[in-house]
Write a protein that binds this ligand. Structure first.
Ligand code: BDP
Length: 710
């Protein structure tokens, strides 16, 4: 068990009674209504065969029938069109694109998709049920909440992965696409089972060489491997490609030679990949080129690509993560959190209808706590997708485990109250709230060659939940976790309870020992985004600031005295964040600059809350490896040991976090911990008391980071 099959292990049922139920209700044959090998329906047949063999131990034949026959005891899988052509009648009007119907009636199973990939989703749903020992009859139609259910990989052509923590790229190596795409097929299988319909394999910080002929062919090979799983490929673009790769003197989006360059490239791509999903574009952000270079608008830039892919039915995911990292930003008057609305609001209505603006869940950058991005409520006429991160860039990078869905759900369930009407973020991105034609979800995953995919076996629950939440955001974090655990580690109630107890504690625990009250994660901001470094959170050009002084902390984002960010929300929500009394404690420092002695609604001061939260968080993290120990001999040795190693690391590093953050703010504020813990470590040997050969003492910089402030 090295993790390679993720939640699709098809482990044999261990309970004889349940196995007998499976045998009693098992159909005798699998009938697929498409025999073309590249068809997802064909894949569904193979997957059903493998799954049933694994779970129940029976090998069923597959027939690709074209003539209706007696199917009382079959698993029939196909599209609605094929099914209605002689096998039965299903009401097509009940389907959304990619939807499916699953009917299990005493040994007769029908899996009918609105399209081919819908049929595959239905097959995976059936397999998930039997893998969990559920053989009950069912008759359900399942439709996706939104059409865009993509994953992004931030893989570079040289095989490295930006913010990837599980080895090298499964897609690229040495400037081009790898020869052996076995891992890509395995990834596609996992993604299809959670109903993802497109992958963008290359980094948003895109290399223009992704569009050279060799790489177009390589992308074509990736597309060929993904197609049987109903997954389309998309491509991240470098805006300056006409110049960097094409040798033009400009990349001005309105320049006719630039337009033709993109039109021709797009034609070449679609010739090799007729079902290319489209493009993903990061422009004018963090040093990337874009239309603003030529005083053109972001809409001019996006529309250029939208027109190019339109004849082929392609879409453009245009990222709203646009800001300029200035060294000269004024920490008191500038606010990066305002950037997206400033850049996009006035362009609402100017984006063509095959463009979807891809918006990070918060206005800064995947922090442990952010309010929902105000842009969701500022561009009603524009299609929108939410960008979530499965890779734990700011959340411990899979050396710590954080089960993230409760954070996503909080954002998705947030009500923007636009025009004083219910305006949940999930209804906005589904397109329902503003009647947009497209919308949905993009998840930054960054799997790598490690057999655990993400570097930590438990982190795979995040990927599992991401896909299914993009399908149905009303699913509960707890139920998703339960199903994932059951599939990944089996039915033992002790395993189920332990994984659930640990996982559900991780998010509040990580928040406790990292950044509290909406101050951001407090990681090193300069590049690594790992480990505590509160001193890096001001004086940087990235605009991720805490504005911590000797007496005060927090960003004043009010309209009255601050950066005005609270005013970017619709009035009812703006009023809540504008007022310190109504701002929830956990977002207090996101919106307000307060003395360390400010009293929270809990009655504690801000500084005491910091101290207590850090002790509490590190204390809980110490329980993770101990809880996991209970699973020795209940989980296979390989995965047991690897998870134990990482949880032990997390427990240790949580203490580093606790003491770094507490010491820093203790030194800065000179306010003592009411319980006398901070700065008081009688058993610790301080570095300045050591004398080591070959080492010399240097002053900590800034001094507040030194544990004794000396
Ligand atoms: C930041 C990452 C950086 C990405 C950027 C983005 O640190 O590596 O390129 O986001 O999303 O969080 O474009």
């Amino acid at each position: 068990e090295n993790g390679i099959n993720g939640w699709l292990r098809y482990a044999p049922l261990s309970d004889d009674k349940i196995l007998q139920q499976g045998l009693d209700t098992l159909p005798s044959v699998i009938v697929t209504l498409n025999s073309t090998k590249t068809s997802p329906v064909y894949t569904a047949g193979k997957e059903l065969q493998a799954g049933i063999l694994g779970v129940i131990g029976e090998s069923l034949n597959i027939t690709h029938q074209t003539e209706p026959a007696a199917q009382s005891s079959s698993i029939l899988v196909g599209t609605a069109a094929a099914y209605n052509a002689g096998y039965g009648t299903v009401d097509i009007s009940k389907f959304a694109p990619d939807g499916f119907w699953l009917s299990i009636q005493k040994g007769s199973v029908k899996i009918v998709g609105q399209n081919e990939r819908g049929a595959l989703y239905g097959a995976f749903e059936y397999l998930s049920r039997i893998s969990r020992g559920n053989f009950s009859d069912v008759d359900l139609i399942s439709n996706p909440d939104a059409p865009i259910r993509w994953v992004n990989q931030w893989d570079n052509l040289d095989g490295s992965i930006e913010r990837g923590y599980a080895g090298r790229s499964i897609f690229f190596w040495n400037g081009t696409v790898v020869q052996d795409l076995t891992r890509v097929a395995q990834y596609a299988r996992l993604l299809a089972s959670i109903r993802i319909n497109a992958i963008v394999p290359n980094n948003v910080n895109a290399n223009a060489n992704s569009l050279n002929n060799e790489n177009i062919e390589g992308l074509g090979r990736i597309a060929d491997v993904l197609r049987p799983y109903g997954i389309q490929v998309g491509l991240s673009l470098n805006f300056a490609s006409p110049q960097l790769l094409g040798g033009l003197s400009t990349f001005d989006p309105l320049e006719p030679s630039v337009v033709s360059w993109w039109t021709e490239k797009t034609a070449l791509l679609y010739k090799r990949i007729p079902d290319l999903a489209g493009y993903l574009v990061k422009a004018n952000s963090e040093g990337q080129p874009g239309p603003l270079t030529y005083n053109r608008t972001l809409a001019d830039g996006a529309n250029l690509f939208a027109k190019a892919v339109k004849p082929y039915g392609g879409v453009v995911l245009f990222r709203a993560f646009v800001y300029d990292h200035h060294a000269d930003w004024n920490v008191w008057t500038n606010d990066r959190a305002n950037a997206a609305v400033q850049f996009f609001k006035h362009l609402d209505g100017e984006f063509l209808d095959n463009i979807v603006v891809q918006i990070k869940y918060g206005a800064i950058d995947f922090q442990i706590r952010e309010p929902a991005n105000p842009l969701f409520a500022n561009i009603p006429k524009t299609n929108k997708a939410i960008e979530l991160q499965i890779t734990q860039e700011y959340l411990g990078q899979q050396s710590h485990f954080v089960y993230i869905p409760p954070l996503w759900k909080e954002i998705l369930d947030f009500d923007m109250r636009a025009d004083s009407k219910p305006s949940l973020v999930r209804d906005i991105v589904a397109g329902r709230r503003y009647n947009n034609t497209l919308g949905g979800y993009a998840g930054v995953v960054n799997v790598g060659t490690n057999t655990s995919w993400l570097g930590h076996h438990l982190a795979m629950s995040n990927l599992y939940a991401y896909g299914l939440l993009a399908w149905d955001p009303t699913l509960s974090s707890e139920d998703l976790l339960h199903d994932w655990t059951r599939l990944t580690f089996g039915p033992d109630p002790v395993v189920l309870k332990t994984v659930s107890d640990i996982s559900l504690a991780t998010l509040p625990t990580y928040e406790n020992y990292s950044g509290n009250l909406g101050i951001q994660t407090l990681t090193d901001i300069l590049y690594t985004h790992f480990g505590p470094n509160p001193a890096s959170q001001d004086n940087n050009g990235w605009g991720q600031w805490t504005r911590a002084t000797a007496t005060h902390i927090g960003m004043d984002r009010t309209v009255k005295n601050g950066t005005g960010n609270a005013g970017q929300y619709p009035p009812e929500v703006a009023a809540i964040f504008e007022n310190i009394e109504t701002t929830p404690d956990d977002l207090l420092l996101w919106f307000h600059h307060v003395p360390y002695t400010h009293r929270l609604k809990s009655g504690k001061t801000v500084i005491q809350h910091f101290y207590d939260a850090h002790y509490e968080g590190a204390k809980t993290a110490q329980t993770f490896p101990r809880q996991w120990e209970a699973l020795r001999n209940k989980v296979d040795v390989e995965r047991f040991t690897e998870v134990l190693f990482r949880l032990t690391y997390q427990a240790g590093h949580s203490i580093v976090w606790r003491d770094s953050i507490n010491n820093f703010y203790h030194n800065l504020s000179r306010i003592d911990d009411e319980h006398g813990r901070v700065g008081n470590h009688p058993h610790r040997i301080e570095a300045e008391r050591l004398s080591l050969k070959g080492y010399s003492l240097v002053k900590a910089n800034p001094l507040e980071t030194a544990s004794n402030f000396t």
